[in-house]
Design a binder for this molecule. Structure first.
Ligand code: FES
Length: 75
């Protein structure tokens, strides 16, 4: 993750319902979480009024983008 991503992650919402910032989600993925359920377990997202409808999409997108980057860079 680039330094700018970290700064923006501290500002952007990750789970609006639970008031959890994006950087918490990114950190969970960096620590090895590879599904929404794993990210939710680590961060506490997904238990709000929308039951993870909004943050679930965000996590799936982040995991997909990370997977694509790893595939293209050979990591
Ligand atoms: S945005 Fe995460 S539970 Fe609603």
């Amino acid at each position: 993750m680039k330094p700018d991503d970290r700064i923006m992650g501290r500002l952007k919402p990750g789970c609006i319902c639970m008031g959890i910032k994006l950087h918490r989600i990114l950190e969970a993925i960096e620590q090895g979480a590879s599904s929404f359920e794993e990210v939710a377990q680590i961060t506490g997202i997904g238990n709000g009024d929308c039951n993870g409808q909004r943050c679930g999409k965000k996590v799936e997108e982040l995991l997909k983008n990370l997977s694509n980057k790893q595939t293209t860079t050979g990591i």
